[in-house]
Design a protein. Structure first.
Length: 565
């Protein structure tokens, strides 16, 4: 974006100030209710509904869609006809708008786990969910407890929906991507980056994280505004494996070497994608995701004999001791399809360490420093960057928590240190299964407010229910007015017309009745017709100068034409 010198200088000053304040961040960050959590019909806890995510409807401040772990979606919005004092609890309405429960596989780290609105929602009204799916409808068993099907084979699916203008109807559109999950359990999530691409994480513990011919245990990157032949999305041409000659390579792969990146978030200030990596024995880490990089997790699945022979959990260094056996030369007994030869010795220089590494016990280990001394984090959860009041000392910081210990740690790109800044009040701390409860995700709204999604453990072992709260601190104020365009930066909210024009599409207009036709231009042999929502509707081949008659059922509204050689 273009900006004046004055604006640039102000931004630079804020950036420098943010770095200087790494050690002086205030503490006392906590949470507060923003709706009546004691009221049945509004409270997710009172209604015994498990919640895993919440997203603000673009253009409708503080109106949300909420995703339930078991495959339910609710609209959740305030009564805006009433005046409210700052910080006052609002009257909210909750209404179920979708139910795909019979498809959602239940397990310790499976379920309906992530979602997002399309950056061009104002044009196409699309919303996406990502979830673990039964391989067939016959696999579903009503009333099964979470955890009892953790080793059943299934899929990871990205499902597209369309939301009505009144928020009352969420219509299923299509599954844009479905991937083999295998027989191991593992999580999945997704986010749109500042570049408008969808970033997907899908983790199955039975899959090879270094194998470029499988989707699992990678970060994927796709473009949902376009369609490649045979797909409902396009593979970006700047993906690192786009030019791979091996037809088995999954060109959607953006980065690899992950165990379980449950949290994946976009920093819309810097443009970075960050992932919260859940480790196994000793380390968790937050990674700034870079294209084509290997983040080091082992070349094999959890519990496999090959798991311990190559790769590393936590920081890789000459004297690494992470609680897992490994060979210092990381001799690779297998082929990383696409990069390494079978007899290639791999060293720490080939691996990308986490930007912030959190030891489960809070102790330094093997010459590697834990991000916060004495503060253990395990099964970490990562928030987007805070984009409320730019004068806040928390501006630009992400918050890290875990599903066990209920506190907040602040981290910021360019600031090497992490600092504990607060946590949940005693009344919201959980008991039960300490490995699978607590905060499961964070949401943000167009004011910059942050919302931890709390999911409690219950008698079934995991994933019972709780509520959603707003993060609170005297120095963590939201914006005085909602951000133009909502959560997404306006830079990625091009109208579809702008996007199509930039890619060589031409608008078609039909006047009057009767058949419509298009004459083929020079050097073109193929004609494609696309809807304004970005979906290919029809195609034909023809010679230069030939008049191509269009199907009569496609001449009633606006279309875009693309001519291909």
């Amino acid at each position: 974006m273009c900006r004046s010198n004055r604006t640039w200088i102000l931004a630079l000053a804020l950036s420098v100030a943010g770095s200087a304040m790494a050690q002086t961040l205030p503490t006392g960050l906590t949470v507060e209710p923003f709706y009546d959590t004691s009221k049945a019909g509004v409270s997710f806890r009172k209604d015994e509904q498990a919640v895993t995510g919440m997203w603000e409807v673009p253009g409708m401040p503080q109106h949300f869609l909420v995703l339930g772990y078991f495959g339910f979606i609710w609209s959740f919005y305030p009564d805006t006809s009433k005046p409210y004092q700052p910080g006052q609890i609002r009257d909210y309405t909750k209404a179920q708008v979708a139910n795909f429960n019979t498809e959602v596989m239940k397990g310790w780290e499976q379920g309906a786990l992530g979602g997002s609105f399309d950056p061009n929602f104002k044009v196409n009204r699309y919303f996406y969910t990502i979830y673990n799916k039964y391989a067939s409808a016959s696999s579903y068993h009503a009333g099964v407890k979470p955890g009892s099907q953790e080793f059943q084979a299934g899929l990871v699916a990205v499902l597209r929906w369309k939301l009505s203008a009144d928020l009352k109807t969420l219509t299923r559109d299509t599954t844009i991507l479905s991937m083999d999950h295998g027989s191991g359990y593992g999580s999945c999530n997704m986010v749109f980056g500042k570049d408008g691409m969808m970033y997907i994480t899908a983790d199955a513990y039975s899959k090879n994280s270094w194998d470029s011919t499988v989707f699992m245990r990678k970060i994927l990157r796709i473009d949902v505004s376009k369609q490649d032949p045979g797909k409902l999305y396009a593979i970006p041409t700047d993906n690192p494996f786009f030019n791979a000659t091996n037809p088995a390579v999954k060109k959607e792969i953006y980065a690899f070497g992950f165990r379980n990146t449950y949290s994946i978030v976009a920093n819309y200030i810097t443009g970075s994608i960050l992932g919260g990596e859940v480790g196994q024995a000793t380390w968790d880490e937050v990674n700034v995701i870079k294209p084509g990089k290997n983040y080091g997790w082992a070349n094999g699945g959890d519990g496999e004999s090959t798991h311990f022979g190559v790769g590393i959990e936590g920081p890789c260094s000459a004297n690494t001791s992470s609680g897992q056996a490994w060979n210092e030369t990381l001799k690779n007994p297998y082929s990383y399809k696409g990069t390494f030869s079978q007899d290639r010795a791999i060293t720490c220089a080939d691996l990308t360490n986490g930007t912030w590494n959190f030891n489960h016990s809070g102790k330094d280990l093997g010459g590697s420093k834990t991000a916060v001394q004495g503060l253990g984090l395990n099964c970490i959860i990562l928030s987007p960057a805070f984009r409320g009041d730019p004068a806040s000392p928390f501006f630009g910081y992400h918050f890290v928590t875990d599903v066990r210990r209920h506190y907040f740690v602040a981290i910021k790109e360019g600031v090497p240190d992490a600092k504990e800044v607060g946590g949940l009040p005693a009344s919201l701390k959980f008991s039960g299964d300490l490995n699978h409860n607590g905060i499961t995700s964070f949401s943000e709204d167009s004011y910059g407010n942050m919302y931890p999604i709390l999911l409690s453990s219950g008698p079934s072992g995991a994933f019972a229910w709780h509520d959603i709260f707003r993060m609170s601190h005297p120095q963590m104020k939201g914006l005085p007015a909602p951000r133009d365009g909502g959560v997404f930066p306006t830079a990625i909210q091009k109208t579809h017309a702008d996007r199509l024009r930039s890619e060589g599409f031409r608008p078609l207009a039909f006047i009057g009745a009767g058949p419509a036709w298009v004459r083929m231009p020079k050097d073109a042999t193929r004609l494609e017709l696309w809807s304004v929502e970005g979906r290919i509707l029809w195609s034909a081949t023809a010679r230069f100068g030939e008049a191509v008659t269009l199907p009569g059922n496609l001449t009633a509204g606006p279309l875009w034409a693309r001519f291909l050689p």
